[in-house]
Structures are given as structure tokens and as C-alpha cells.
Design a protein around this ligand. Structure first.
Ligand SMILES: NC(=O)c1ccc[n+]([C@@H]2O[C@H](COP(=O)([O-])OP(=O)(O)OC[C@H]3O[C@@H](n4cnc5c(N)ncnc54)[C@H](OP(=O)(O)O)[C@@H]3O)[C@@H](O)[C@H]2O)c1
Length: 341
């Protein structure tokens, strides 16, 4: 018998049998009482069947057919970047809440359009940037606010990893590939997390790969309203690294495995001062589960009240991220990958 004190789970349809859905998001959804995976849509019927078996839901052949279902409250969009805008818009137009993979779209104008549409319809729209849900960054923010490294002067953040298989969607410009949208978005959002949305782009470099036509690496310099600076580096032609350092007036605070830590990893936070070094081990957390739970909570509130109270704050930050990414792409000095003589 249903327990009346337990809220009804949010019924989710999945669009795209993607790698990230299989590895991270769907296992998290399957274990969360707040959501039920109802159906998975793939262009490939066999993939749909396989995912449906693995996640105990209905297979759907073709994305259009997921739109036709009347038994889903929300959709999880995890198709290539350039398709997020189209499919998020179509589901919002049908009255479905949307959790879309990052980046929400490939242009700030498209992000603004989706945010407006969601607000008009009283629907929840979220971009699945999961690291902001991990408690390690809240702990860093608390230490910063307590003056542990003095006044914040500079942030240095990077997200880099080795080359991917040649068939990866990240090498397809027409699908919204490239390192800036895929990896650069993390340090940009990190800068917003600690310095707020009032950031501007002071300079950028993107390295383009002439063979595929996507940027495979880059760096940028951002400046905050109060004069703090941010250097950020991203790419997929490097050794793996996902880390940041906050430089304060009296010390430094550094975090490794900052953006996509496994759910079992206890993050290590290091503080360095003139005559003191300290390491703090923080609890492991499943940031994908937290991101989905936060989305489900927002959906339940919107179902009760007809509006998403968190929309304005979320939309302002997400739109700013998209604008900064646009600005980096538009202003960057372009260099090409090449061999040194
Ligand atoms: N939040 C995170 O930490 C995180 C991590 C990794 C990736 N992501 C994001 O998740 C999304 C998917 O990334 P992924 O690495 O999981 O990619 P992926 O494994 O290549 O999956 C993309 C899926 O999109 C569907 N698709 C639709 N049209 C396609 C086309 N023309 N070409 C190829 N696939 C097409 C395919 O599903 P069907 O064949 O089933 O239709 C495919 O499985 C991206 O937006 C990425 O940025 C987020």
C-alpha cells in the first residue's frame, strides 16, 4: 500500500541512450525514491530495449514517441549539445519539466528563449551541472567566508582530459562539439560559484583542430566586478585534471577531482599558508543523485503551486554562463593544433 506521507515520485522519460545516462544519471535515478524512470527513447530500438531492461522501464523507439506519452512529468535530455535546445523546447511546449545535460544550449540566445518559455509555462528547467550540488564546494565557500585564506584575489581552475575516440560526438561541430562547451563550462561556472555572475572576459585563446573543426583546448582570463581575476584552462588533449585553487591574501585553498568525482571518492581539500599546511578529507557524495533530487524537489513544488520559485535565480546564473561561453568563443585568439618543428 502507498504511504500517504511519501510524495509521489516524479515520472521521468529519458531522451537518448547516452553514455552519461548509463554511467551516472540513470543509476542515480533508479536509486532515488523521488523519481521513477518510466521510459527511455532511443533512435535505435535495440539500444532502447537494452536500457529499458537495465533500468526497468519501457523502451521507446524514436524521440517523437516520447513526446506522445501522457505518463511522464519530466524529461531528461542527454543527446548531443546542439540538439538540447530543440528537444527541450518541444517538451516544454508540451507541458513537460526538463532536466537537460550541460550545456543547456550552444548559444546564450537559445538559453534565454528556453528560460522564458519555462517561466511562462510554470515549468522547471534545469541544466545538469552536477558539481554545484557537491558539498565540497560549500565547505570551501564556508572556509573562504570565515577568512581562512584572507581576501580572495584569484581563482585558477582547470578541466582537462586525454583525447577521446575519433567517433565521439565532441569532435562533431554540427552537434555542438568542442572543448569549450564540453569542459570549459565547468571552470566558468566555478568562477560564478565563488565570485557571482558579474564577470567579464578579459582574454581567451582557443586551439582549433583543423581535421574535425572543433576547438580541442583553450584558456581564458575573467575579471570580477571587485577586481578578482580568474584563469581557466580546459581541453581534451591533456593528462586528466579537474581542479581549482583559490588564492587569498593570506593563503591558498586547493581542491582536486573537483568537477566529476566518483560518488565513492572522499575529496581532499588543501590549505597552504606561509608557515602552515593542512589537508581536510571531505565526505564522498553522489552529485548526480543530488542534482536529480534537487530537480525532482523543484518539480514537485511547481506541480503544487504552478510555478518554479527557484527559476529566476537559476535562469540568471545559467544565462550568464552561456553569455560568458559565447564571449569566450567570440573574442578568442584562434590557434591551430600542430606539430612543433
Ligand atoms: N553532467 C555531466 O557530468 C556530463 C558528463 C558527460 C556528458 N554530459 C553531457 O551529456 C550529453 C551526452 O554526452 P555523452 O558523452 O553521454 O554522449 P553519447 O554517449 O555520444 O550520447 C549521446 C546520445 O545522443 C543520441 N543522439 C541523437 N542524435 C545523435 C547524433 N546525431 N549523433 C550521435 N548521437 C546522437 C544518441 O542516443 P540514441 O542513439 O539512443 O538515440 C547518443 O547515445 C552531452 O550533452 C554532454 O555534454 C554531461
Amino acid at each position: 500500500m502507498d504511504n500517504p506521507s511519501e510524495p509521489t515520485p516524479v515520472r521521468v522519460g529519458v531522451l537518448g541512450a547516452s553514455s552519461i545516462a548509463r554511467r551516472r544519471t540513470l543509476p542515480a535515478m533508479r536509486d532515488l525514491p523521488e523519481v521513477t524512470i518510466v521510459a527511455i527513447a532511443s533512435r535505435d530500438p535495440q539500444k532502447a530495449e537494452q536500457f529499458a531492461d537495465d533500468f526497468d522501464c519501457a523502451p521507446v523507439h524514436g524521440y517523437e514517441r516520447l513526446l506522445d506519452r501522457d505518463d511522464i512529468d519530466a524529461v531528461y535530455v542527454s543527446v548531443p549539445n546542439a540538439l538540447h535546445h530543440l528537444w527541450a523546447r518541444r517538451f516544454l511546449e508540451c507541458g513537460t519539466h526538463v532536466l537537460a545535460e550541460k550545456p543547456l544550449t550552444t548559444r546564450a540566445a537559445d538559453t534565454a528563449e528556453l528560460a522564458r518559455l519555462a517561466a511562462e509555462r510554470g515549468l522547471v528547467l534545469r541544466e545538469n551541472i552536477t558539481f554545484v550540488h557537491h558539498g565540497m564546494h560549500r565547505r570551501v565557500a564556508e572556509l573562504l567566508a570565515a577568512g581562512r585564506i584572507g581576501r580572495l584575489r584569484h581563482i585558477d581552475a582547470s578541466f582537462c582530459f586525454p583525447p577521446l575516440p575519433a567517433s565521439d560526438v565532441r569532435y562533431r561541430p554540427e552537434l555542438g562539439g568542442g572543448a569549450l562547451l564540453d569542459a570549459g563550462i565547468y571552470p566558468v561556472r566555478l568562477a560564478q560559484y565563488f565570485l557571482g555572475d558579474d564577470l567579464s572576459v578579459a582574454g581567451a585563446v582557443l586551439r582549433d583542430d583543423p581535421e574535425t573543426g572543433v576547438d580541442v583546448a583553450g584558456s581564458a582570463l575573467l575579471v570580477a566586478a571587485a577586481g578578482e581575476t580568474v584563469t581557466l584552462t580546459f581541453g581534451f588533449e591533456h593528462g586528466y585534471g579537474a581542479r581549482y585553487t583559490l588564492w587569498g591574501s593570506t593563503g591558498r585553498l586547493a581542491v582536486d577531482r573537483a568537477f566529476t568525482p566518483p560518488a565513492t571518492l572522499s575529496p581532499l581539500l588543501r590549505i597552504d599558508e606561509q608557515d602552515h599546511a593542512e589537508e581536510i578529507v571531505l565526505p564522498a557524495e553522489h552529485q548526480f543523485a543530488s542534482s536529480v533530487a534537487s530537480f525532482a524537489e523543484a518539480v514537485r513544488r511547481a506541480q503544487d503551486t504552478g510555478a518554479d520559485p527557484g527559476h529566476a535565480a537559476w535562469a540568471a546564473t545559467t544565462l550568464r554562463t552561456a553569455e560568458l561561453l559565447d564571449r569566450i568563443a567570440g573574442s578568442a585568439t584562434r590557434v591551430t593544433s600542430g606539430k612543433r618543428p
